[in-house]
Design a protein around this ligand. Structure first.
Ligand code: PBG
Length: 337
């Protein structure tokens, strides 16, 4: 791009980048990255029972809700142009093996069926993990007090959960447990049960991040001991993230995800440059909570700050963004110039 240095030195070429910033019309004209509600994925937390909508304290504007409380939410999303949702289930009963994750009448399969009834065109993504369903809050099976999550014994359980969600009508399943080989195991399970057409969105590079804090309250999935560093990635590593992505691609991932987003923009960019797959980034609960908390104190202009954070994630290379700001951002985009 800058291969002719004389251009920069020539007095005749006094470049004035401000020329294209002078008016809103010019700024809009030269904008390189665009945000649209159709690029936002809205997370939903489903609980068992009926008639309950329980606000999540650490994530203002979000609630845990029962399946019969989805209609208004779906109507709102449709009105705003948000076309996809990501489902998390919180079961009434948890056990050591997280068996609830694969229950056909669990919160996620029931929510999928209801969403498909309410809005067949809505794209429904089901998160596949055990942490919301295990009594200890880890993402897989644990045998003893050592606390080690047994990778290979966890794989079939993830496969069963994915099959249950595909059978209920999920458009995409999204494994987030960070078990080695989970994409292959899920692909094989789906194919063996007649769901060869269900795509896998792999949480391919997922850091063991402090920014998941508010989510764990929302999904009631905080580990009761230890942490997830023995299976989720160290946030300091980029090359390892690319290897994780490469492996998931080899195992059959159809779409890729990087998570968190705001603290991994470099990884989003590198994945974008190396892999042609559709790329999703997850602006996680802590990223949302930081902006919300500062905005509530009047320390930030919330619409501007939130849209700036979102456009940065898109600029880094994400096609789609999972964001707790989906509804608000869609609203702000329709009112801003
Ligand atoms: C489940 C899962 C988590 C998130 C998405 N899927 C929690 C975790 O890994 O501890 C975090 C999402 C967020 O913070 O918004 N494994």
């Amino acid at each position: 791009m800058f291969d002719d240095p004389t251009l920069l030195l020539s007095p005749a070429s006094t470049m004035r980048p401000r020329r294209t910033r002078r008016t809103a019309a010019l700024r809009q004209f030269v904008r390189e990255t665009h945000l649209s509600p159709s690029q936002f994925i809205h997370p939903l937390f489903i609980i068992e029972g009926s008639g309950i909508e329980k606000p999540i304290e650490t994530m203002p504007g979000h609630s845990q809700r029962t399946v019969d409380r989805l209609a208004a939410e779906v109507a709102e999303l449709r009105g705003l142009g948000v076309r996809s949702v990501l489902l998390f289930g919180i079961p009434a009963h948890k056990d050591a093996r997280g068996t609830g994750a694969a229950a056909a009448d669990g919160p996620v399969p029931r929510a999928i069926a209801e969403l498909k009834r309410l809005a067949p065109e809505l794209l429904v993504i089901a998160d596949v993990c055990l942490c919301e369903y295990t009594s200890h809050g880890h993402c897989g099976i644990i045998h003893d007090e050592s606390g080690v999550v047994d990778n290979d014994e966890t794989l079939p359980l993830l496969g069963e959960a994915a099959v249950a969600y595909a059978a209920a009508g999920a458009d995409i399943v999204a494994p987030s447990a960070m078990m080695d080989g989970q994409v292959r195991a899920i692909r094989e399970a789906l194919d063996a049960h007649g769901h060869a057409d269900t795509p896998i969105l792999s949480y391919a590079a997922k850091h063991a991040s402090a920014f998941y804090g508010p989510f764990r309250g929302a999904a009631e999935s905080a580990p009761s001991f230890g942490d997830r560093r023995a299976y989720q990635m160290d946030a300091a590593n980029t090359r390892e993230a690319l290897r994780e992505v490469e492996l998931d691609v080899a195992e059959g991932a159809d779409l890729l995800m990087v998570k968190p987003a705001g603290s991994a923009l470099d990884i989003i960019r590198q994945v974008r440059d190396r892999f042609p797959h559709p790329l999703v980034a997850y602006q996680v609960s802590g990223e949302y909570a930081m902006l919300k908390a500062a905005a509530q104190r009047g320390w930030l202009d919330e619409p501007r700050a939130a849209l700036e954070a979102l456009v940065a994630i898109r600029r880094a290379g994400a096609d789609q963004v999972i964001t707790y700001y989906a509804k608000e951002a869609a609203r702000w985009l329709s009112t801003q110039g």
